[in-house]
Design a protein around this ligand. Structure first.
Ligand SMILES: Cc1cc2nc3c(=O)[nH]c(=O)nc-3n(C[C@H](O)[C@H](O)[C@H](O)COP(=O)(O)OP(=O)(O)OC[C@H]3O[C@@H](n4cnc5c(N)ncnc54)[C@H](O)[C@@H]3O)c2cc1C
Length: 477
């Protein structure tokens, strides 16, 4: 959720005391001069106090607000470091720790689009009465996960030190061996069911190695979900489809791919099969669906085993449409997370500058299967009950409630993406990304950067084209 955060010059002065001044050129550990001169300027620099200003002396005044866009190069020093260092925090971390951990900083909301600058809407972080024990249990496990993830080679996770042991242990078992508190266990469950956009599995379905790989290839500190696509993600497919319409045949799934001596023949369509001949083929569908295609010659057995250990996550996406984004009027940004019966997360997904108000949520993991067994009316009742828990009684009657059951879509079969079951990486991982003759693999699951995201799908596509070109004629054509 993007939020413009205004803070005063006074706050900046207070905040600057969080980070230490750079060294003076003398190593603190050894007291040795580490450089060619003693740096006196920065360590001795002091904050200059504003002189007292009499109101009667003010002839004219103007308040200047600035939106600090951390994506801009000149602001990168405020954006980095992504993970806190002993002597440095990013601006986001400074605000986060001031507002959430220390309670020493008040963040104000703009109240939707009214751009209210009167400090009327303090954002009160609701910590849900999380105890210190719960916080420290979660934080120490999170730190351990991050340090394991730093040892994971992104393209070869099976080569991680101690990979076998890490791949044998399901996340749930690791949590119980580490005596995670119930809150920390839930928080890791939330992460694995979808908090990481690269994942969507129950903590008992995947290994610690797979979770660490998720963190390595999609580091959450880089805020991967800070952009909202105007009109929704479906627009991307529509725009691409418009550009490529002469080359796309809809409702014509590929059934068979045969590599003959001369060329590769691809059979597609329902009923009357159509064919296309080519020198190479790129298959850009999720691993589980590749098993629906008949390959000739057949796929390598080890690779097939990997495909069978790469199921899609269970996921529904839910949209509740309201006449107005009433939560914005009440000073809320609309982001919520909690261990509720069905919806573990909600986010404002509506148009920024107009109505209607749209709340998005997900049903993930085994909750999706359990919900799927109920009638539509019962599903609607349970989903709305949770929206009300997050947003209050106004959420009970949306104009529309759309439930997209990805597990029911036969050409996708789940979401957000595929995962690997325990033991899959170390048992069969070496076949991952390996072409089958002149057949190359794409799709988001093939990426070593942001798999599970659109970004991963694009990177994997580029990688597959490069590999196919290199294999055909050394990349010259
Ligand atoms: C609920 C949900 C929310 C998500 N949210 C985000 C998000 O906020 N940000 C983000 O970056 N990503 C998000 N994702 C993930 C994103 O949608 C995927 O990473 C991305 O779509 C993957 O692209 P792809 O091209 O690899 O595969 P797909 O988009 O699955 O495309 C594969 C295509 O192949 C077709 N196909 C299947 N079998 C055959 C066959 N035999 N012959 C021909 N065609 C076939 C399918 O119909 C499909 O159109 C989300 C996913 C879900 C399910």
């Amino acid at each position: 959720m993007k939020k413009l955060i205004y803070f005063t010059v006074l706050n900046l002065v207070v905040l600057s005391t969080f980070s230490q001044l750079p060294g003076s050129g003398i190593s603190l550990e050894s007291n040795v001069l580490d450089g060619v001169y003693i740096q006196e300027h920065i360590p001795t620099k002091r904050v200059v106090q504003y002189p007292h200003l009499r109101e009667a002396d003010v002839m004219w005044g103007k308040r200047v607000w600035r939106v600090i866009d951390l994506r801009e190069k000149m602001n990168h020093k405020l954006y980095y470091p992504l993970e806190k260092l002993s002597d440095r925090l990013s601006l986001y971390d400074v605000i986060y720790y001031g507002a959430i951990d220390q309670g020493s900083l008040t963040v104000y909301d703009l109240n939707g689009l009214d751009l209210d600058d009167k400090f009327r809407f303090p954002v009160r972080p609701a910590n849900g009465n999380i105890s210190d024990d719960d916080k420290s249990s979660y934080k120490s496990l999170r730190d351990e996960l991050i340090s394991i993830s730093k040892m994971v080679p992104k393209a070869e996770p099976w080569l991680t030190p101690n990979a076998q042991a890490l791949d044998e242990i399901p996340i749930s078992q690791w949590l119980s061996e580490k005596r995670a508190t119930p809150f920390a266990s839930w928080a890791f469950g939330w992460l694995s069911r979808g908090g990481f956009g690269t994942s969507s599995f129950e903590p008992f379905e995947a290994s610690l190695l797979h979770l660490a790989w998720n963190q390595a290839v999609g580091p959450q500190a880089e805020s991967p979900e800070s952009w909202l696509v105007t009109k929704g993600a479906g627009e991307v497919a529509k725009i691409l489809g418009e550009e490529l319409k002469d080359d796309i045949e809809l409702s014509s799934p590929v059934q068979e791919i045969t590599d003959g001596q001369e060329s590769i023949e691809t059979f597609y369509g329902f009923g009357v099969n159509k064919t296309v001949n080519s020198s190479a083929v790129i298959v850009a569908i999720p691993p589980a669906l590749r098993q629906k295609i008949t390959f000739s010659p057949g796929l390598n057995g080890e690779y097939r085993q990997l495909l069978q250990r790469s199921p899609m996550g269970s996921k529904f996406k839910v949209f509740a449409v309201y006449a107005e984004a009433f939560w914005r009027e009440e000073g809320y940004c609309g982001l919520g997370r909690g261990n509720l019966q069905i919806l573990e997360e909600i986010a404002d997904s509506g148009p920024v500058e107009s109505n209607p108000g749209i709340m998005v949520s997900f049903v993930a993991g085994n909750k999706a299967a359990a919900l799927n067994r109920l009638s539509d009316t019962e599903q609607r009742r349970l989903i709305l009950e949770d929206f009300v828990r997050y947003l209050g009684p106004k959420a009970a009657e949306p104009l529309d409630l759309v439930v997209q059951r990805w597990i029911d879509e036969q050409w996708t079969t789940g979401g957000y993406t595929a995962f690997r079951t325990p033991g899959a990486w170390t048992g069969f991982g070496t076949t991952w990304q390996q072409p089958h003759g002149r057949i190359f693999w794409a799709g988001t699951e093939e990426s070593t950067r942001w798999p599970g995201y659109f970004e991963g799908a694009i990177e994997a596509g580029i990688q597959a084209v490069d590999r196919a070109a290199a294999a055909l004629d050394g990349g010259g054509n």
